[in-house]
Design a protein around this ligand. Structure first.
Ligand code: C2E
Ligand code: MG
Ligand code: MG
Ligand code: MG
Length: 286
């Protein structure tokens, strides 16, 4: 259901379409003001290294729009609008900036010394001026060590324009970024091209782990994907894990990292600091 019927050249909007349209224009109108008021913030979701005593060595930065009254708006309700009008590129740069500031502020603290934080990049961002220069300059401006920032590209974007992304990823890697392929398995990868792609990390989409009536079949697919990533020398992250049975299974088959509600939801930066530093102390007591 698109909400638009294109009948012989006439475009017919129905009510739902009109509401959606109004909502979108409102979202777009409030962008500049929200930026000025610093309403776009990062939440950090811990990534647990399940082959290494569940250590937290990295996290993903996820945007949250926090209104003056404290209401939190989640990315799925505004990112599509910003992708349509191009604001997403500004927003993603803002998220990169916040992430670098965060690392720069805490880098001397024990829990932060080896941290890696992933930021999401939309395919639209590449069309915006000086994409590479911006990311590289920002990394340098905040003295971010090599390996501390990971850039996530979605599988669907990458395989739509393979050569462009391959080239961008190579340059990012040369500049000390790590590259991840996000939402792997949700779109369509060419496995043949995957082996040539300079990615450090594959993030298996939540879809692999959704409830089904045949876990045995799910598990054979999951096992193959993990084995493939390992064989290609890539780190494998399982996203959206909510139950213990899955953790146990993923550990057995050699999956490196879990990012999921079973451990933690995305946390405000202060809660994240408490979480990782607390976790570190707990591990040291073993
Ligand atoms: P993503 O990049 O695949 O991020 C993972 C999403 O899965 C996050 O949703 C996270 O909260 C959610 N998640 C993680 N573990 C679990 C789990 O165990 N159960 C469930 N139900 N969900 C889990 P979030 O933060 O709502 O973000 C949704 C999407 O919005 C992201 O998917 C990403 O595509 C996009 N996004 C978020 N922040 C940014 C950003 O700064 N820039 C861009 N371009 N896109 C972003
Ligand atoms: Mg992501
Ligand atoms: Mg994902
Ligand atoms: Mg996703």
């Amino acid at each position: 259901q698109t909400g638009i019927d294109d009948v012989k050249g006439f475009v017919v909007y129905d009510e739902r379409m009109r509401d959606k349209f109004i909502e979108e224009t409102e979202i777009i109108r409030s962008f500049d003001e929200a930026m000025e008021k610093n309403e776009f913030q990062i939440y950090l979701q811990p990534q647990h290294y399940i082959q290494m005593k569940d250590k937290v060595l990295s996290a993903e930065a996820l945007v949250r729009w926090i209104k003056a009254d404290g209401t939190i708006i989640y990315p799925n309700s505004f990112i599509p609008a910003f992708e349509k009008n191009g604001f997403i590129a500004k927003l993603d740069r803002h998220i990169m900036e916040l992430t670098c500031k965060f690392i720069n502020t805490h880098i001397e603290e024990a829990w932060c010394r080896d941290i890696r934080i992933a930021v999401n990049v939309s395919k639209i961002d590449l069309e915006y001026e000086h994409f590479l220069e911006y990311y590289i300059d920002t990394k340098n401006k905040y003295n971010i060590p090599d390996g501390a920032i990971e850039i996530e590209f979605t599988e669907s974007a990458v395989f739509e324009d393979y050569n462009t992304f391959k080239n961008i990823m190579e340059k990012l890697q040369q500049s000390g970024f790590s590259c991840a392929l996000d939402d792997f398995g949700a779109g369509s990868s060419s496995l043949n091209l995957l082996k040539e792609l300079p990615v450090d990390v594959i993030k298996m989409d939540r879809l692999f782990f959704k409830e089904s009536n045949n876990r045995q079949r799910d598990n054979s697919v999951i096992t193959s994907v993990v084995a493939m990533a390992k064989g290609l020398g890539m780190k494998i992250v399982a996203e959206g894990i909510e139950d213990d049975e899955r953790v146990k299974f993923l550990r057995e088959i050699g999956c490196d990292v879990i990012q999921g509600f079973i451990y933690s939801k995305p946390l405000s930066v202060n809660n994240f600091i408490d979480y990782v530093s607390g976790y570190m102390n707990k591990l040291e007591q073993y």
